[in-house]
Structure formats: C-alpha cells, structure tokens
Ligand binder design. Sequence first.
Ligand code: ST9
Ligand code: ZN
Ligand code: ZN
Length: 333
Amino acid sequence: SQTVGTCVENPTINAEDIGADREMMDDVFDTTYREKKGPRPPMKIVWRNVILMSLLHMSAVYGVILIPLAKPATLVWAVLCFMLSALGVTAGAHRLWSHRSYKARLPLRMLLAVSNTMAFQNDIYEWARDHRAHHKYSETNADPHNAMRGFFFAHIGWLLMRKHPDVIEKGKKLDLSDLHADTVVMFQRRHYKKLILLMCFVVPTVVPWYFWGESFYISLYVPCLLRYALVLNATWLVNSAAHMYGNRPYDKNINPRENKLVAIGAIGEGFHNYHHTFPYDYSSSEFGIKYNLTTCFIDLMCYLGLASDRKRVSKDTIKARQQRTGDGSHRSG
Ligand code: ST9
Ligand code: ZN
Ligand code: ZN
C-alpha cells in the first residue's frame, strides 16, 4: 500500500495504519519531527497546583478511611460518579473529541460533556489539544506529558509546572477546527469554572446528603474528593505506567505499551501500544469489548441510535503491522 503524509520518512507505516481517509489527522505521529538541540528551559513550578493537588490527595486518603462508615447507597453513588466521569473522559474527550473515532449525535455529546465536566480534567478543548500534541509529538518536549522525563512527570508532574515552550509552539499549529465548530465543546469551555463547581463538587456531594441523609463529610470526602482523585490517577496511569510497563506487540519502536491492569482501572484505555499505533480505532484496542467498558458503552450508544461511524482497523492491517514492527509478543485474543 501507498506511503502517505507525515510518514514519508518511515516506510513501515502505510495509509491504512493511520486511517488516511479521515477528516481529522492531527493525532498521527509525526516521524519527521526532531527534538530541538540545546538545554531544556528552567522548570517553573506552579505552587498553587502543588498545594491543591496535595490537599486533594490527602483528602482522598481521609475518604478511604471513611468508606466503612458510609451508607451502601453512598458507595453505589460513588461508583456511579466514578463511571460517569470516567466515560466523559474515555468515550468523550478521548475517543470522540481527540481522535474522532466515531460520531455522536447532539444528545450524546451533551451527556458526554456533562460527564466530562464531572471529571474536571480541564475543558474538552484543552484536553483534546494537549492530547493531539501527545500523539503527534509523542515523547518529545512538544508532548505535554513527555514520558521521557520519567514516571512522575508523565503522571502528575506536568500539571505542577509551566509547559515546555515546544508544547505551545507545536500545539498552536494543530488543526482544531472540528473542536471550534462543536457547539457543545465551546459551550463547556466558555462556562467551565461554573460547570465544574456544579458537576465535580456540588452534585456528587449534595445528592447523598440530601436524598438519603448521608453525613455531609462522608458525602464530601467519598463520592466527591476520593472519587475525583481516583479518576485522575486512573487516567494519569495511562500516561505514566502504560508508557513504561508492558509488551509492544504492534510497534516495538515506540514506548507506549499494552498494560492490562491500567486497562481495567481506566475502563479500556490501557492497550496503549495498539492505541498509539492505530489512534483512530474507536475501541482503542484490538480486542473489542474485552476489559473495555468504554467500547461497551459506545456500542450501546450505537444500538440506541445515538452514535455511528465507529472506525475500526482491519484484521489484515493489524496482522501486517504486527509482523512488520511488533516485538513478537502478539496474541490473537
Ligand atoms: C488533568 C488532565 O488531569 C489529564 C489529561 C490526561 C491525558 C491522558 C491521555 C491518555 C489517554 C486517554 C486515557 C483516558 C483514561 C481515562 C480513565 C478514566 C478512569 N497547544 O496550560 P497553560 C497555550 S487536569 C497549543 O495555562 P502554562 C494556549 O494559548 C487536572 N497551545 O500553560 C494557552 O491558553 P488557552 C485538573 C497551547 O502557563 C496558553 O498556552 N486541572 C497548548 O504553561 C497557556 O496555557 C489542573 O490541575 C497546546 N497544547 O501552565 C490544571 N497548551 O488555554 C492544570 C497551552 O487560553 N493546568 N497552550 O488557549 C494548569 O494549571 C496549567 O495548564 C499548567 C501549565 C500549570 C500545567
Ligand atoms: Zn500515550
Ligand atoms: Zn489517544
């Protein structure tokens, strides 16, 4: 098959591998990009973020201690909030808005934006902009959570300091026209502060306290703060652990790996060697719904007529790629 676009320099990647017939292509790894020479600019720590993240994680530990005192309904609610916020990130910010791996009708986009706001991981626009940079300039200084800077930086460190200037310079050249054209994305961005206050903090806390008389502190520390910290860390593990530990059956030349534990915690987002090799696959994995609640959710939405155009990589393309560039650890299921 023919060699295309940014991959001209890499003869092992072909048109099917990158889904070259897509409308949005700025999540494809740019093999021509070279890290700039010279010393890294000084690290500028943002102490406000260090303090807030420390407080959040201390509150989460307190939340764990309170779990045995919580009412069963509160625990069910906490799990529901976890699932909703997680789907807002995986099915929403990630597979829909960053990669355009399927299409979603307005009611589903609204639901995903509400769930995404509950996850408070920056607005969808900013998340997708950073994420496209992460794929296109993967593991260079233009990747916001460049895993070459170590586990801590890739996990949380990148949110505690100013961005590397290369992130902003290369990020400004990304095609984000589809996000600008999405009224749901732009509405969420415009009203983000008010909306996170409501969806990430007020709703998770007030529901158990008001509807079944849970104590205010348990409502605040378990479904709100502990749940928020857990969703954040499950997400960050994709950037840290899944860029370091696991096999590389599809491309041994890149660092992202297949990590089943991360996949379970991140509801289907741990098959990261596959995902960086074929970023447009709506399942983010070769194996469909296996360990992949997000794929189950998108399939259900399709069944209900709220989603369509799920993009999938053909078995032949996967096989050819895995034989050409894989590390030999590929299994068929
Ligand atoms: C959070 C995000 O946690 C997590 C994302 C994880 C991604 C995971 C991906 C893995 C795959 C998916 C798996 C999902 C699994 C889910 C599992 C669920 C169970 N391009 O940022 P600023 C420009 S957030 C172009 O302030 P600083 C732009 O003009 C947690 N331009 O830079 C921008 O202005 P504007 C909660 C860019 O000053 C301006 O620069 N949130 C780009 O260096 C300034 O931008 C926090 O903790 C770009 N890429 O500050 C807040 N970037 O935006 C953390 C920037 O107006 N953030 N520009 O257009 C901050 O405080 C700051 O961003 C900072 C950097 C201090 C980190
Ligand atoms: Zn990655
Ligand atoms: Zn991705």
